[in-house]
Design a protein around this ligand. Structure first.
Ligand SMILES: *Cc1c(COP(=O)(O)O)cnc(C)c1O
Length: 481
């Protein structure tokens, strides 16, 4: 172990400080003793340089998109150009939310323009940038769906349809929004089973939540038929657009018949994610649902940009002020750098990368769905299962080759699922390297299965007892003592 890899508390020397503060010149203020802690706070006593070295070393132990290939399915991990962050850090964007509207016209223009661009890319007429994340966007979208039905005096619609292959947040959001969930079965390729859908449609259905391409990367070719059926039954269509990569610049949810959708700026539109945010989950709606958008709404008037607060049809306020504006600036920078005429390449190249990998590996990995995929696809472990090398073993072994594992054991409908999504930001050389690594691991599984089952060997922590790690995590230095 490197010296500075130690726990920071183990680098501690009594009385050493990593800061220098001027003597204070304000009157002392007595704090109610009942509010004060009794024992001293245990803090590492380290210099600035020791702290810097420690965290720099620790950062190398993590795996991120800037360290290697990260083909995580159902969660686009694409490169986020540094300029996005640089722009959002400009002092002009460090504002107070109560600043007079007249003094923030440029910022409101960026906000408004981002809404317009998302509308154009998605085919939904109006957007709100207030929600903080994808799941938050789903909740907002479902609240809009509910308010729409209630405003028409229709209180019977208490159920939302969710396919069994959906992302877990979909049924969770529907439940939080107060709906009952009806699960419909998928076909083997994850597409909606139309006959099954028809049997559950009724005047109690508020809507359906779908994503297209679906969770296994297959485009729902019957989407117009599904849209017709649900609309005829009086329901609305909700689109989970967390991962918009596969259709960017090529197809639009609005044209497929969807009425409401959310987008994850922190997946498709180039904001780093993982580790808990900050994120942004804009929600788009068709024109007839515009009155229900959450407030505040940024609008364009003859006198410039304004913020609308008092609208009595809105679902209300769902975030502090205007959401995560910093994330919006990053997305706006990304949208302008890619440019309208190039968005189709995001869609086409991510689809090309996925199909290239799928076709290059299907002789050694089992491909349960033989069809052209969109941005991602799923293998069902190795074709040759005689050595009992599992998807988990393969995922762990990839770490030894500096490749982040794909999503594993999701979706649940595929037992040994390895869900691979190579975004458009990866070159052919990187993708070829990944294919070689996957073939090497398959070969190892055949000739030396114990090697794969014991992996990883090169990482800081080796094979973990995952149940113990989840049930008895050590999160405090004191627990180690
Ligand atoms: C990531 C994701 C979500 C949820 O987004 P969060 O920002 O993590 O709340 C919803 N649906 C799909 C398909 C996703 O991939």
């Amino acid at each position: 172990m490197m010296y500075y890899d130690k726990l920071i508390f183990d680098l501690s020397t009594p009385e050493r400080k990593g800061y220098s503060l001027p003597n204070y010149d304000i009157p002392e203020h007595k704090i109610n003793p009942g509010l004060c802690r009794e024992d001293d706070l245990l803090l590492p006593e380290v210099s600035e340089l020791e702290t810097l070295r420690h965290y720099t070393n620790v950062s190398f132990k993590n795996f991120g998109i800037e360290k290697g290939f990260y083909p995580l399915g159902s969660c686009t991990m694409k490169y986020n150009p540094k300029i996005n962050q640089d722009i959002s850090n400009l002092p002009a964007f460090h504002l107070h939310p109560y600043q007079p509207i007249k003094s923030v016209q440029g910022n409101l223009e960026i906000y408004y323009e981002t809404q317009r661009i998302l509308s154009e890319l998605s085919g939904l007429d109006e957007f709100t940038l207030n929600p903080y994340a994808g799941a938050h966007g789903e909740l907002v979208g479902l609240m809009i769906m509910k308010k729409y039905h209630h405003d028409r005096g229709d209180f019977k619609r208490t159920k939302v349809i969710v396919p069994d292959s959906a992302h877990g947040t979909n049924p969770a959001s529907a439940a939080v929004a107060g709906f009952d969930i009806i699960e419909v079965k998928s076909n083997v390729d994850g597409t909606v089973h139309i006959e099954d859908l028809e049997t559950v449609l009724s005047d109690e259905i508020a809507g359906i939540m779908l994503t297209n391409p679906n969770t296994v990367g297959i485009f729902e070719k019957d989407i117009l038929e599904i849209s017709r059926l649900v609309h005829e039954a009086g329901g609305l269509l909700y689109y989970d657009g967390a991962n918009l990569n596969p259709i960017l610049g090529v197809a639009r949810p609005g044209d497929m018949g969807f009425d409401i959708m959310h987008i994850n700026l922190h997946k498709t539109f180039s904001t780093p994610h993982g580790g808990g945010g900050p994120g942004s989950g804009p929600v788009g709606v068709k024109e007839f649902l515009r009155p229900y958008l959450p407030k505040p709404v940024v609008v364009k008037t003859v006198n410039g940009f304004d913020i609308e607060m008092d609208n009595d049809t809105t679902i209300g306020q769902i975030s502090h002020f205007y959401g995560n504006f910093g994330v919006v600036i990053k997305a706006y920078t990304y949208l302008l750098t890619v440019g309208k005429e190039h968005f189709e390449y995001v869609g086409k190249l991510s689809v090309l990368n996925a199909n290239y990998i799928k076709e290059s590996l299907k002789d050694v990995y089992e491909l349960p769905i033989e069809s052209v995929c969109k941005h991602e696809f799923v293998f069902n472990g190795l074709r040759d299962k005689t050595q009992h090398v599992t998807t988990l073993d393969i995922a762990k072994r990839l770490l030894d080759y500096d490749v982040h594992p794909p999503t594993i054991y999701f979706p649940l409908v595929i037992k040994e699922a390895l869900m691979i999504e190579p975004p458009e930001t990866e070159s052919k050389q990187t993708v070829d390297h990944f294919i070689n690594v996957m073939r090497t691991v398959a070969e190892e599984a055949r000739t030396n299965p114990e090697l794969v089952k014991g992996a990883p060997y090169t990482t800081v922590v080796k094979r973990l007892d995952e149940a113990k790690a989840a049930r008895q995590p050590i999160v405090k230095y004191r627990d180690l003592l």
